[in-house]
Write a protein that binds this ligand. Structure first.
Ligand code: HEC
Length: 142
């Protein structure tokens, strides 16, 4: 009897798992936020990019590419929806020393060319919405 209950619980777990993931994804899509734990709809490249960004970039640039308060510099650029080729070019310039920056040069040197591709794919693929400042004013920058 106990065994049946156990097997039945596993069965229920397997059935309801995808439903709850989809519900989370949907909730986040409605809010327009990037969730750290949900990666169900991502391609292999995006999943790897997200994982790398979470570990190495999010403290300063945010997981969603909106600059966070981490790091020593107050001038951390937003990366959300930036062109992929632009991000790749910048990261390679930091890595090669063509652009020298105390934080970004070190960080770019920790990335392989493949990882540069993945993190650039991640930040470039986050969708944003544009509002005409005549109609909707953004918050003043601090
Ligand atoms: C310690 C904070 C910090 C971390 C961590 C960090 N960055 Fe940066 N990043 C900066 C700052 C500050 C700048 C502006 C540097 C400059 O003025 O050249 C910058 C600039 C950049 C730029 C150039 C943007 C532009 O428009 O010129 C890219 C691309 C970038 N970062 C990507 C990344 C990625 C990808 C990661 C993770 C692998 C990362 N950064 C991690 C602080 C950080």
């Amino acid at each position: 009897m106990k065994e049946y209950f156990f097997i039945f619980s596993i069965f229920l777990f397997l059935i309801f798992q995808p439903v709850s993931v989809n519900a989370d994804t949907k909730k986040q899509a409605e809010k327009g936020s990037v969730g750290a734990s949900v990666s169900a709809n991502l391609t292999e490249q995006l999943r790897k990019g997200k994982e790398k960004v979470q570990v190495l970039c999010s403290a300063c640039h945010g997981l969603d590419g909106v600059a966070a308060s981490g790091g020593n510099s107050v001038i951390v650029p937003n990366l959300t929806a930036q062109h992929k080729d632009y991000l790749i070019a910048k990261l390679k310039d930091y890595k090669s020393g063509k652009i020298n920056h105390p934080q970004m040069t070190l960080i770019a040197q920790m990335l392989t060319d493949e990882e540069i591709e993945y993190v650039s794919e991640w930040y470039s693929r986050i969708k944003i919405q544009i509002f005409d400042p005549n109609l909707v004013l953004s918050k003043p920058s601090e």
